[in-house]
Design a protein around this ligand. Sequence first.
Ligand code: HGY
Ligand code: MN
Ligand code: MN
Length: 416
Amino acid sequence: MEINLQRMLNDLTTIVRYTRTPHNGCTRFSYSVEDRQARDYLLRQMKKLGLSIKVDGIGNIRAKCGKEIDQPSIMIGSHIDTVENGGKYDGLIGVLTALEIIRVLKEKKITLRRPIELIIFAEEEGSNFGVTMLGSKVLTGKYNGEDLKSIKNGSGNSVYDVAKDFGLTVDLIEQDIIREDEVDAMIELHIEQGAVLENQNKSIGIVQAIAGMKTFKITLEGDSNHAGTTPMDLRQDPLAAAATIIAHIKQVAKTTALPTTVATVGKISCQPNMSNVIPQKVEFFVDVRDVESKGVDLITKELMEKVNAVATEDKLQSEVELIGASDPIKLSSSIVHKIEETASTQGYNYIKMNSGAVHDAAMMTSVADVGMIFIPSMGGKSHSPDEYTKEEDIKWGGDLLLHVVNNLAAKTQEAY
Ligand code: HGY
Ligand code: MN
Ligand code: MN
């Protein structure tokens, strides 16, 4: 029994077309036109398979199949939203693999003791609102209706309003919170988004822990003035201050923090953003991660102290806001063992490893036993149009997940 790779690649080719930036990577934010196109395509495939489908108030899609549909499910899936100019595999390959597995089980007329549930999480990337894994955080009750009214995008629109405008039943999100008795196990197949598997020439990564992260929004406000007539010692320049803070955070992450600590500033805005004007106001986002909490805590402390010191010295107003946070998560040892047992029985070339990226699977650990399977990212590239995973690795990953699902759900087969 194996997945039909060509059929999966056909799905991939179709959905990759749903992007706001054709010829420059995939840009498919949740709640966008492109997202609607991808959702409609996938919902049509699920209907063809006769799945019982639910779209919840934040836009997560849950689709179940199996004889005893009310039994706790084996959940498989990922996300279909992307970053700006992202790659075509991040998230989507996990969703398409899950869909393909359900097709194969139906074709082989295998009725599993447990229902299989395909899940597509909304707003995993946080591209709209800056909060990663928003859909899975709402599904697992980490955010409520009031939170969704206070979290806003750059245009000042709240999650609540955007979800409502997208046609979602956002007022019912409290009823959508997933209960422990709904799901037995959850496994997310995902591209590694790093270079460990490629460097070690491995096809499969069995994830043991997922990094925790904090996202901060730093606002610095000074005194806008003429670039030519203002003496250097009279300036209150928030952009020069931001540069000092950003350089310091990079230095701390590289040297005094843990070897597993990473920190990034990937988004910054400057007003009035004119080359001959000393800026008035700067906003930038700091993304800090580590599989050890103390690494994140160390960078957090350094950030707070540096912002205070630089703001005082340069006579700036400053604000540090925590936009989003998730703890480092150890995945279920029983699921890791089940994946490893299946991988070694099937002769897979695998290693056990950690994830530097965050994933919805981490949020699901509060209600289920969770595992993750990684497949290689060529050149370790991701969140980039250059993201690439070899077809043979997609096949390895899909077949492994198919066998793990079968083993977990303890199939009762009617016919092969
Ligand atoms: O940022 C991440 O780790 C994930 O790709 N959202
Ligand atoms: Mn992802
Ligand atoms: Mn991503």
